[in-house]
Design a protein. Structure first.
Lengths: 251, 256
């Protein structure tokens, strides 16, 4: 049984961070650690202005990457999981590529795909792809043969199996993989956005604020990035509770 | 109803389970199949469903050669095969949902079997009621007992109004009152709608209760079917019930 975060947990978590932050800014007493009392108003006003646009640009990139990764990794993972022969062929390749930090290919991707949003989206998608692929593959391989046999016995062919067994069976795996890879995706986004673009939170934090010593604004950007990560995380949490009710049951 | 002729089969690298095996089963008959483990009794059942193909030989159902799973054949397994992410109601409705998904194409669903939403709900409700799981309809499989899950699996199969019901060790993991209850239900359905039933079991009493004809399979290659007619089927109190059990036991001991 899984547990999801309650509002009270979130509230007390945020409160603790703010207190910790405030104490730290008193202790350090340096421009690199402005107080939340200074930063939060800046965050709120700039979110309706230029920071908001940077936020949207980043959100768009990350969502596009995740979508691209999901629609390619899920079918591939299902196929590998249900076809042991195919899996035996690709398994060594996946085993080698999986742990490589794909971000090192950033320059290669820029050269091959051009300095556009597409290459940033592609890079993040590749990283998320492998995480989903592996989890979905293992999940599909563990599907009970009895389950498939009995659903076939009530008339399901390949298409119905896909729709009524494989897809719903892999959904928890996809969401688990996403939950794990969201952090990586946002981190890679941050790095990819530091150059060769003029919109995005990475650009905002590094180029527009940090390099010109606007530390309070920089923290507003950091808050924006945190908000992006948190929002995605809670979105996944919400999807899990909606589609995977059976994992949240009280016995 | 079922004509099996010249069936031959072996699993890779194993000795032959069946060779030139023929058997005929009539509509409305109540059969049980018993034998030691590894004798191919479950495999035999899967041939009839066509979920496994034999090496050679033909199976025809209703004088039609059957080469792929047939929508009017119902199969119930010991491991219920319920969808863990769906409620009881949705699970019972699954077969009908799949039929709707394909439409009445004659392959996945009997042709001309179009159902409107109300009729579908009536059918599901009827079987939920009849199997005594109506109150559980919003529960998930993990919240239920084995017996309740097996009731759900039966309801799911019966909701498709099969004319042939095949069961592989359907009640062997259940407690005695539950399995008795479900055995009675199957016998009732057999009488009520002339439903042909074949039960595979390793339990001698179950085989005697559930089989007016009992097919005994042996561990060595099965060539000629050994069939025992059983008058004491469906009646534990029949004077020859225990005699029949003893007879089957002797036969099984000989065959291993």
């Amino acid at each position: 049984m899984k547990k999801s975060l309650s509002l009270a947990t979130i509230f007390s978590g945020v409160l603790m961070i703010l207190v910790f932050w405030q104490v730290l800014s008193w202790l350090l007493n340096s421009p690199i650690m402005p107080s939340p009392i200074e930063v939060i108003p800046i965050f709120l006003t700039s979110m309706t202005g230029d920071l908001g646009l940077h936020f949207l640009a980043s959100t768009g990139r990350v969502l596009a990457s995740i979508t691209l990764a999901v629609i390619t990794a899920v079918p591939a993972g299902l196929a590998l999981g249900q076809m042991p022969k195919l899996n035996r062929i690709f398994d060594p390749l996946i085993a080698i590529i999986y742990p490589i930090p794909k971000i090192v290919f950033l320059p290669v991707i820029y050269i091959l795909m051009g300095i556009t949003d597409i290459s940033k989206i592609f890079l993040i998608a590749v990283i998320v792809f492998f995480q989903i692929l592996v989890v979905v593959r293992d999940e599909a391989a563990n599907l009970l043969p009895e389950l498939i046999l009995s659903v076939r016995s009530i008339g399901a062919g390949r298409r119905a199996l896909f729709r009524y067994v494989y897809i719903p069976a892999s959904l928890p795996a996809v969401l688990t993989a996403l939950r794990i890879s969201i952090g990586t995706a946002v981190a890679v986004l941050f790095i990819a956005e530091q150059s060769l673009t003029t919109y995005g939170l990475g650009y905002y934090i590094i180029v527009e604020t940090y390099q010109v010593l606007l530390y309070a604004e920089m923290y507003a950007g950091i808050l924006g990035m945190s908000l992006l990560g948190l929002t995605l995380y809670f979105l996944i949490d919400y999807l899990e509770r909606t589609f995977n009710k059976h994992l949240y049951l009280e016995k | 109803m079922i004509e099996i002729s010249n069936l031959t089969f072996s699993y890779p690298n194993q000795s032959r389970l069946f060779e030139g095996f023929s058997l005929s089963i009539k509509k409305g008959e109540l059969w049980s199949i018993i034998g030691p483990s590894g004798c191919g009794k479950s495999t035999f059942l899967y041939f009839i469903t066509r979920l496994i193909k034999s090496d050679s030989g033909t199976i025809s159902i209703d004088s039609e050669i059957s080469n792929r799973p047939r929508p009017q054949t119902g199969l119930v397994l010991q491991d219920h095969g319920l969808l863990p992410w769906s409620t009881v109601q949705k699970n019972v409705d699954l077969g009908l949902t799949i039929r709707k998904f394909y439409g009445p194409d004659g392959l996945h669903a009997p042709s001309g079997s179009k159902l409107d939403k109300n009729a579908e709900k009536r059918i599901v409700d009827y079987w939920l009621q009849r199997l005594g799981i109506a109150e559980l309809k919003d529960k998930y499989p993990s919240q239920m007992s084995r017996g309740q899950r097996q009731r759900t699996a039966l309801a799911r199969t019966l909701a498709l109004s099969p004319d042939l019901l095949l069961m592989d060790e359907p009640f062997s993991a259940l407690d005695a009152p539950t399995s008795k209850d479900l055995q009675d239900l199957i016998v009732e359905l057999n009488r009520e709608r002339d439903l042909t039933c074949i039960t595979v079991t390793h339990n001698i009493e179950e085989a005697v209760f559930m089989g007016r004809k009992i097919l005994i399979l042996g561990k060595t290659t099965n060539r000629k079917p050994e069939i025992i007619s059983n008058l004491s089927a469906t009646d534990f109190r029949h004077k020859s019930f225990q005699v029949m059990c003893a007879k089957i036991r002797t036969k099984l001991e000989k065959s291993t």
